[in-house]
Design a binder for this molecule. Structure first.
Ligand code: F0G
Length: 448
């Protein structure tokens, strides 16, 4: 059987709202051609992010009702800790309100001015939190990961030789930790192989440097290993995840992704002294270590969700459905980052709209066009987000977990192919207002 079906049925429905093309023209103009400034109710299919936008299961909602809201020592915390430990295996599990809070605490404790933190690719909040401590964030992605059209099973892999060269150049003392992001969101949602994780771990051990995972999409990464890496076909995604985490000393996690929750995150470490310092900082800004800025019910939702993310039938559907979207677009000639990632498809806007100069934001132009054509909201990852430093102009179609059906995906394909047909008529954008930092959230633009 080849039809992709959702491995669930729907118990609670949430209407989405149609608008006319004329209405969308007005709404987009009012939003200054920046889809962040649109009201969510005016969006039909929202592919802005896969973060915190997933649907919870009946088991998660049932667990929410078990939430114990005691300030200290809540049984919800112990259920959360045990569930995380079963997968990640680390000694200390510290809850936080989301991923970047875990990052801020980790780097505040481990980094200082002059330090260097290597990663395959830092996500923007990760980079910002490293830099906030005065340390330098260095991306060491392997060459194949930097070319959108190149097909390779593990384009998220770190360049292990570059890592060793960096350690020898700056000295072990200036590198407080190495991070590995699974999957590599900023590089197209591409996975990291077990072999690469093993090699990175070996280099870290050789120099006595701790290895931490940015684990946001660890379940999707595990499933890619099962599909693509020799020797893993017979292993369960959970066994694969356990094997990978055993190669490191800790992790940061945004439970808004493969935690299947709408809010939450955590920080793990095996180091008793570091953990104590982290908990002290946690109390200062997040909360007591058995809730860390979350309600007991949130901890329960994560405890169940993080296990569900590893269910094989779910992962098969998830990866197949994203792959289907990527394949249909590729067959029609639409340029995307190859091969399709786990949580998103990334359109290559420079190739899609070659007539739009880079200073007229081809990614923003394409994002606006998707909204006008079909009420779809995507996000530009390119010149507007990163300024002149942008190496690519991508448009990310991030797929929320368990939210949209295959027919929604077919609709997205149809809209995209319409835009593809009349791509030559799409105008560039002119920037009218920009904030001094993180300008993409508030920028105002107009068509040229
Ligand atoms: N690390 C990675 C790889 C991420 O993708 C994100 C968030 C974070 C850390 C931070 O987690 O949002 O819970 O604070 N990515 C979201 C996205 C925002 O849309 O890709 P957070």
């Amino acid at each position: 059987i080849r039809t992709i079906i959702e491995p669930f049925r729907i118990k609670s429905v949430e209407p989405i709202r149609w608008t006319t093309r004329k209405e969308r023209e007005e709404l987009l103009k009012k939003a200054s051609y920046n889809v962040f400034l649109l009201d969510a109710e005016d969006v039909l299919i929202d592919l802005l992010t896969d973060s915190g936008t997933g649907a919870m299961s009946t088991a998660q909602w049932a667990a929410v009702m078990q939430g114990d809201e005691s300030y200290a020592g809540s049984p919800s915390f112990y259920r959360f800790r045990d569930s995380v430990q079963e997968i990640m295996g680390y000694k200390h599990v510290i809850p936080t309100h989301q991923g970047r809070a875990a990052e801020r605490i980790l780097f505040s404790v481990m980094c200082k001015k002059g330090d260097v933190v290597p990663n395959n690719t830092h996500f923007d909040t990760t980079r910002a939190n490293v830099e906030f401590t005065g340390a330098e964030a260095v991306d060491l992605l392997r060459e194949e990961g930097r070319h959108p059209e190149v097909i390779h099973p593990f384009k998220g892999n770190m360049d292990v030789e570059a890592l060793e060269a960096l350690i020898q150049r700056v000295g072990r003392a200036r590198i407080p930790l190495v991070m590995l992001t699974v999957t590599n969101n900023s590089g197209g949602g591409q996975p990291v192989s077990m072999e690469n994780a093993r090699q990175v771990s070996a280099v870290c051990k050789k120099y006595g440097i701790p290895l931490y995972f940015d684990a946001c999409r660890f379940a999707e990464n595990s499933y890619f290993i099962k599909l693509r890496e020799p020797g893993y076909a017979e292993k369960t995604p959970k066994e694969i995840a356990q094997e990978m985490f055993a190669l490191g000393d800790g992790c940061t996690m945004s439970a808004k992704k493969d935690g299947m929750a709408n809010i939450g995150g955590f920080l793990c470490t095996n180091d008793d002294i570091i953990a104590q310092q982290e908990k002290n900082l946690l109390i200062l800004t997040e909360g007591y270590p058995t809730y860390g800025g979350l309600a007991g019910r949130d901890l329960e939702a994560i405890a169940v969700g993080i296990q569900e993310a590893l269910h094989e039938d779910y992962l098969r559907y998830r990866i197949t459905s994203t792959g289907y979207l990527g394949r249909k677009l590729t067959e029609a000639g639409v340029p995307i980052v190859q091969p399709p990632g786990g949580h998103a498809i990334y359109l290559d806007a420079r190739t899609f709209l070659p007539h739009i100069p880079l200073n007229q934001f081809p990614g923003v132009a394409l994002t606006c066009e998707l909204y006008l054509e079909g009420g779809i909201r995507a996000v530009e990852i390119g010149g507007l987000m990163f300024g002149k430093a942008a190496k690519m102009d991508l448009v990310r179609l991030a797929i929320p977990r368990r939210v949209y059906t295959q027919s929604h995906i077919d609709y997205v394909i149809e809209v995209l192919l319409e835009v593809w047909k009349r791509r030559e008529d799409v105008d560039g954008m002119e920037l009218l207002y920009e904030a001094p930092f993180l300008r993409h959230f508030t920028a105002r633009l107009c068509p040229t």
